[in-house]
Design a binder for this molecule. Structure first.
Ligand code: SF4
Length: 85
């Protein structure tokens, strides 16, 4: 087994560095920031929380919907998983 494969197999989105809480007006939802290139490439540090309006300003409403739909806190991590530092 390759190094890191076992960790990834048992990891969940909640342990991933791209997991962030999006703060909306009425509710907060987890989202995957790996959907945005500036976070995926490391150009910008992934925040713990991000206001929904700031996400929309960066990437638009469709991207926000995708980011929220991609993450499931209890789900097995995807191939982009990176452990939190
Ligand atoms: S969907 Fe993948 S990249 Fe996004 S938070 Fe979950 S494990 Fe990380």
């Amino acid at each position: 087994m390759l190094p890191g494969i076992k960790d990834r197999a048992t990891a969940t989105c909640q342990g991933c560095r791209y997991y962030a809480l999006i703060l909306g007006r009425e509710e907060n939802k987890p989202a995957c920031l790996a959907t945005l290139d500036l976070y995926l490439t490391g150009e910008r540090q992934v925040p713990v929380e991000l206001r929904a309006q700031d996400f929309i300003w960066l990437a638009g409403k469709e991207a926000l919907t995708k980011a929220v739909e991609k993450v499931w806190p209890e789900r097995q991590a995807c191939g982009f998983f990176c452990p939190k530092i």
